[in-house]
Design a protein around this ligand. Structure first.
Ligand code: ZN
Ligand code: ZN
Length: 285
Protein backbone atom coordinates (compact mmCIF):
# COMPACT_ATOMS: atom_id res chain seq x y z
CA UNK A 1 0.00 0.00 0.00
CA UNK A 2 2.84 2.35 0.94
CA UNK A 3 4.57 1.55 -2.30
CA UNK A 4 1.51 2.43 -4.42
CA UNK A 5 1.15 5.79 -2.68
CA UNK A 6 4.74 6.71 -3.38
CA UNK A 7 4.33 5.85 -7.04
CA UNK A 8 1.17 7.91 -7.40
CA UNK A 9 2.87 10.88 -5.69
CA UNK A 10 5.75 10.68 -8.12
CA UNK A 11 3.31 10.67 -11.03
CA UNK A 12 1.50 13.80 -9.86
CA UNK A 13 4.79 15.60 -9.25
CA UNK A 14 5.81 14.80 -12.78
CA UNK A 15 2.55 16.02 -14.21
CA UNK A 16 2.66 19.22 -12.18
CA UNK A 17 6.17 20.01 -13.44
CA UNK A 18 5.21 19.49 -17.11
CA UNK A 19 2.16 21.71 -16.82
CA UNK A 20 4.23 24.44 -15.20
CA UNK A 21 6.84 24.41 -17.96
CA UNK A 22 4.19 24.74 -20.67
CA UNK A 23 2.86 27.85 -19.05
CA UNK A 24 6.21 29.62 -18.67
CA UNK A 25 7.68 28.97 -22.20
CA UNK A 26 5.25 29.94 -24.98
CA UNK A 27 5.81 28.25 -28.33
CA UNK A 28 7.89 30.65 -30.52
CA UNK A 29 6.17 31.85 -33.71
CA UNK A 30 7.20 29.69 -36.65
CA UNK A 31 9.71 31.56 -38.95
CA UNK A 32 9.68 30.60 -42.59
CA UNK A 33 12.96 31.50 -44.28
CA UNK A 34 12.57 33.82 -47.18
CA UNK A 35 15.72 34.22 -49.29
CA UNK A 36 16.84 37.34 -51.14
CA UNK A 37 17.07 37.01 -54.89
CA UNK A 38 20.38 38.93 -55.01
CA UNK A 39 23.53 37.07 -54.15
CA UNK A 40 25.42 37.85 -50.98
CA UNK A 41 29.14 37.27 -51.32
CA UNK A 42 32.55 37.37 -49.73
CA UNK A 43 35.99 36.71 -51.17
CA UNK A 44 35.39 32.96 -51.45
CA UNK A 45 31.66 32.21 -51.60
CA UNK A 46 28.26 33.42 -52.68
CA UNK A 47 24.87 32.60 -51.16
CA UNK A 48 21.26 33.73 -50.89
CA UNK A 49 20.70 35.23 -47.45
CA UNK A 50 17.43 34.96 -45.51
CA UNK A 51 15.72 38.33 -45.30
CA UNK A 52 14.30 37.57 -41.83
CA UNK A 53 15.44 39.92 -39.07
CA UNK A 54 18.37 38.41 -37.14
CA UNK A 55 18.19 35.23 -39.23
CA UNK A 56 21.55 34.07 -40.52
CA UNK A 57 20.32 31.21 -42.69
CA UNK A 58 21.90 31.01 -46.12
CA UNK A 59 20.76 29.07 -49.12
CA UNK A 60 22.71 27.89 -52.21
CA UNK A 61 26.03 28.71 -50.55
CA UNK A 62 28.91 27.73 -52.84
CA UNK A 63 32.42 28.73 -53.81
CA UNK A 64 32.72 31.23 -56.66
CA UNK A 65 32.94 29.83 -60.16
CA UNK A 66 35.69 31.91 -61.77
CA UNK A 67 35.75 32.48 -65.51
CA UNK A 68 39.03 32.38 -67.48
CA UNK A 69 39.69 36.03 -66.68
CA UNK A 70 40.63 38.86 -68.96
CA UNK A 71 43.50 41.31 -69.03
CA UNK A 72 42.03 44.56 -67.74
CA UNK A 73 45.36 46.42 -67.62
CA UNK A 74 48.04 45.48 -70.13
CA UNK A 75 51.46 44.84 -68.55
CA UNK A 76 54.32 47.00 -69.76
CA UNK A 77 58.08 46.99 -69.38
CA UNK A 78 57.69 49.46 -66.49
CA UNK A 79 54.65 48.05 -64.65
CA UNK A 80 52.83 44.76 -64.13
CA UNK A 81 49.38 44.40 -65.67
CA UNK A 82 46.10 43.22 -64.11
CA UNK A 83 43.97 40.18 -64.96
CA UNK A 84 40.41 40.25 -63.66
CA UNK A 85 38.40 37.08 -63.01
CA UNK A 86 34.60 37.23 -62.64
CA UNK A 87 32.31 34.70 -60.90
CA UNK A 88 29.90 33.41 -63.55
CA UNK A 89 27.20 33.04 -60.89
CA UNK A 90 27.32 36.21 -58.79
CA UNK A 91 29.69 38.57 -60.75
CA UNK A 92 32.13 38.86 -57.84
CA UNK A 93 35.60 39.78 -59.19
CA UNK A 94 39.16 39.05 -58.16
CA UNK A 95 42.42 40.23 -59.73
CA UNK A 96 45.86 38.82 -60.33
CA UNK A 97 48.92 40.74 -61.45
CA UNK A 98 50.34 39.91 -64.85
CA UNK A 99 54.10 39.96 -65.31
CA UNK A 100 55.37 41.59 -68.48
CA UNK A 101 57.00 39.19 -70.92
CA UNK A 102 59.44 41.05 -73.15
CA UNK A 103 59.49 40.23 -76.84
CA UNK A 104 62.61 38.54 -78.27
CA UNK A 105 63.48 41.86 -79.87
CA UNK A 106 63.26 43.65 -76.50
CA UNK A 107 65.34 40.94 -74.82
CA UNK A 108 67.95 41.44 -77.52
CA UNK A 109 67.99 45.24 -77.21
CA UNK A 110 68.25 44.99 -73.42
CA UNK A 111 71.05 42.46 -73.57
CA UNK A 112 73.10 44.73 -75.83
CA UNK A 113 72.30 47.88 -73.83
CA UNK A 114 75.70 49.16 -72.78
CA UNK A 115 74.30 50.91 -69.71
CA UNK A 116 73.09 47.54 -68.41
CA UNK A 117 76.40 45.80 -69.00
CA UNK A 118 78.10 46.82 -65.81
CA UNK A 119 80.15 45.07 -63.15
CA UNK A 120 80.99 42.58 -65.84
CA UNK A 121 84.05 41.10 -67.47
CA UNK A 122 84.12 40.87 -71.25
CA UNK A 123 86.78 38.39 -72.34
CA UNK A 124 87.76 38.17 -75.99
CA UNK A 125 89.56 35.01 -77.03
CA UNK A 126 91.28 35.95 -80.25
CA UNK A 127 93.20 33.06 -81.87
CA UNK A 128 95.84 35.36 -83.38
CA UNK A 129 96.18 38.08 -80.75
CA UNK A 130 95.51 36.32 -77.47
CA UNK A 131 93.13 37.39 -74.76
CA UNK A 132 91.71 40.86 -74.28
CA UNK A 133 89.96 41.63 -71.00
CA UNK A 134 87.47 44.47 -70.77
CA UNK A 135 86.27 44.90 -67.21
CA UNK A 136 83.67 47.42 -66.24
CA UNK A 137 82.63 48.40 -62.73
CA UNK A 138 81.29 51.35 -60.77
CA UNK A 139 83.42 53.14 -58.19
CA UNK A 140 81.71 55.92 -56.19
CA UNK A 141 79.22 56.44 -59.00
CA UNK A 142 81.87 56.66 -61.72
CA UNK A 143 81.98 54.13 -64.55
CA UNK A 144 85.41 52.52 -64.58
CA UNK A 145 86.86 50.42 -67.37
CA UNK A 146 89.99 48.33 -67.18
CA UNK A 147 91.28 47.24 -70.57
CA UNK A 148 94.17 44.84 -70.75
CA UNK A 149 95.54 42.20 -73.07
CA UNK A 150 98.04 39.41 -73.02
CA UNK A 151 100.68 41.51 -74.77
CA UNK A 152 100.93 44.28 -72.19
CA UNK A 153 98.17 46.76 -72.98
CA UNK A 154 96.89 48.09 -69.66
CA UNK A 155 94.52 51.05 -69.21
CA UNK A 156 92.20 52.17 -66.46
CA UNK A 157 89.68 54.68 -67.69
CA UNK A 158 87.29 56.55 -65.43
CA UNK A 159 84.16 58.16 -66.84
CA UNK A 160 83.23 60.38 -63.91
CA UNK A 161 79.65 61.12 -63.01
CA UNK A 162 80.34 64.83 -63.49
CA UNK A 163 81.59 64.39 -67.06
CA UNK A 164 85.37 64.18 -66.67
CA UNK A 165 87.69 61.56 -68.15
CA UNK A 166 90.55 60.18 -66.11
CA UNK A 167 93.13 57.80 -67.58
CA UNK A 168 95.57 55.67 -65.61
CA UNK A 169 98.44 54.52 -67.81
CA UNK A 170 101.56 52.59 -67.07
CA UNK A 171 104.88 54.24 -67.76
CA UNK A 172 107.68 51.79 -67.01
CA UNK A 173 106.92 50.38 -63.58
CA UNK A 174 104.89 53.38 -62.47
CA UNK A 175 101.33 54.47 -63.04
CA UNK A 176 100.48 57.96 -64.19
CA UNK A 177 97.10 59.62 -63.98
CA UNK A 178 95.76 62.21 -66.37
CA UNK A 179 92.47 64.08 -66.40
CA UNK A 180 90.70 65.28 -69.53
CA UNK A 181 87.68 67.49 -70.13
CA UNK A 182 87.07 65.87 -73.51
CA UNK A 183 87.18 62.15 -74.30
CA UNK A 184 90.41 61.39 -76.15
CA UNK A 185 90.16 58.49 -78.60
CA UNK A 186 90.89 55.72 -76.09
CA UNK A 187 87.87 56.85 -74.04
CA UNK A 188 85.68 56.83 -77.11
CA UNK A 189 86.91 53.38 -78.07
CA UNK A 190 86.35 51.96 -74.58
CA UNK A 191 83.06 53.64 -73.79
CA UNK A 192 81.34 50.33 -74.45
CA UNK A 193 82.14 46.61 -74.56
CA UNK A 194 82.14 47.05 -78.35
CA UNK A 195 85.84 47.88 -77.87
CA UNK A 196 86.36 44.11 -77.83
CA UNK A 197 83.14 42.76 -79.26
CA UNK A 198 81.32 43.57 -82.47
CA UNK A 199 78.23 45.51 -81.58
CA UNK A 200 75.37 43.53 -83.11
CA UNK A 201 72.74 45.24 -80.97
CA UNK A 202 71.12 47.07 -83.88
CA UNK A 203 70.86 43.97 -86.08
CA UNK A 204 68.29 41.80 -84.34
CA UNK A 205 66.34 41.18 -87.54
CA UNK A 206 69.43 39.68 -89.19
CA UNK A 207 69.59 36.87 -86.61
CA UNK A 208 67.46 33.79 -86.27
CA UNK A 209 66.86 32.02 -83.00
CA UNK A 210 68.18 28.47 -82.90
CA UNK A 211 66.46 26.40 -80.25
CA UNK A 212 69.08 23.63 -80.27
CA UNK A 213 71.95 25.89 -79.19
CA UNK A 214 69.90 28.58 -77.47
CA UNK A 215 71.65 31.07 -79.69
CA UNK A 216 70.74 33.69 -82.22
CA UNK A 217 72.49 32.83 -85.43
CA UNK A 218 73.55 35.01 -88.32
CA UNK A 219 74.43 33.17 -91.47
CA UNK A 220 74.69 36.29 -93.47
CA UNK A 221 77.05 35.75 -96.37
CA UNK A 222 78.81 32.95 -98.13
CA UNK A 223 81.44 34.62 -100.24
CA UNK A 224 83.56 37.71 -100.20
CA UNK A 225 81.79 39.31 -103.17
CA UNK A 226 78.53 39.16 -101.34
CA UNK A 227 80.25 40.46 -98.24
CA UNK A 228 81.29 43.63 -100.03
CA UNK A 229 77.66 44.55 -100.50
CA UNK A 230 76.57 43.51 -97.06
CA UNK A 231 77.04 46.50 -94.82
CA UNK A 232 75.05 45.06 -91.97
CA UNK A 233 77.76 42.84 -90.56
CA UNK A 234 80.65 45.03 -91.51
CA UNK A 235 82.50 47.20 -89.01
CA UNK A 236 85.46 49.47 -89.62
CA UNK A 237 87.86 46.68 -88.77
CA UNK A 238 86.18 43.43 -89.78
CA UNK A 239 83.58 41.82 -91.98
CA UNK A 240 81.66 38.92 -90.52
CA UNK A 241 80.75 35.81 -92.42
CA UNK A 242 78.61 34.55 -89.65
CA UNK A 243 77.99 35.03 -85.98
CA UNK A 244 76.20 33.50 -83.03
CA UNK A 245 74.90 35.40 -80.03
CA UNK A 246 73.91 33.68 -76.82
CA UNK A 247 71.62 35.47 -74.35
CA UNK A 248 70.74 33.73 -71.10
CA UNK A 249 68.22 35.15 -68.60
CA UNK A 250 68.25 38.39 -70.54
CA UNK A 251 72.01 38.78 -70.33
CA UNK A 252 74.57 38.63 -73.09
CA UNK A 253 76.71 35.56 -72.45
CA UNK A 254 78.65 34.79 -75.59
CA UNK A 255 79.26 36.28 -79.02
CA UNK A 256 81.08 34.18 -81.60
CA UNK A 257 81.97 35.79 -84.88
CA UNK A 258 83.87 34.59 -87.92
CA UNK A 259 85.53 37.22 -90.00
CA UNK A 260 86.59 37.48 -93.57
CA UNK A 261 89.51 39.71 -92.74
CA UNK A 262 92.40 38.73 -90.51
CA UNK A 263 92.69 35.25 -92.06
CA UNK A 264 89.06 34.42 -91.52
CA UNK A 265 89.59 33.65 -87.85
CA UNK A 266 86.82 33.12 -85.35
CA UNK A 267 86.69 35.28 -82.24
CA UNK A 268 84.77 34.27 -79.17
CA UNK A 269 83.72 36.87 -76.63
CA UNK A 270 82.47 35.82 -73.21
CA UNK A 271 80.47 38.09 -70.91
CA UNK A 272 81.21 36.94 -67.38
CA UNK A 273 80.89 37.83 -63.70
CA UNK A 274 77.83 40.04 -64.07
CA UNK A 275 77.39 41.97 -60.85
CA UNK A 276 80.63 40.59 -59.40
CA UNK A 277 83.44 42.23 -61.35
CA UNK A 278 85.42 44.60 -59.14
CA UNK A 279 88.10 47.03 -60.31
CA UNK A 280 90.72 48.53 -58.03
CA UNK A 281 92.41 51.62 -59.43
CA UNK A 282 96.21 51.62 -59.39
CA UNK A 283 98.07 53.73 -56.87
CA UNK A 284 99.71 56.80 -58.32
CA UNK A 285 102.68 58.36 -56.53
ZN1 ZN B 1 15.37 32.92 -42.00
ZN1 ZN C 1 30.17 33.89 -56.97
Amino acid sequence: MKKLLALSLAFSACFALAACEDEETPTPPVHEHSYASEWSKDADNHWHACTGTDCTEASDKAAHTWNDGEITTQPSASADGVKTFTCTVCTQTKTESVVYVPTPSEIWQNAFDNSKITNCTVRLEDPSNGTILYKVATIDGDRVVHLSNSSGMNYYLVYTADGKYVAYMKSGEDWTKQEFDQPISVFEMCSSYAAVCPNFGAYFTEFEYDEATGSYIFNGVEDVDELQTNDIMTTSTAKYYNAAVKIVDGKLVQVTSSMSGQNGKTDVVYFENYGMTVIELPTVD
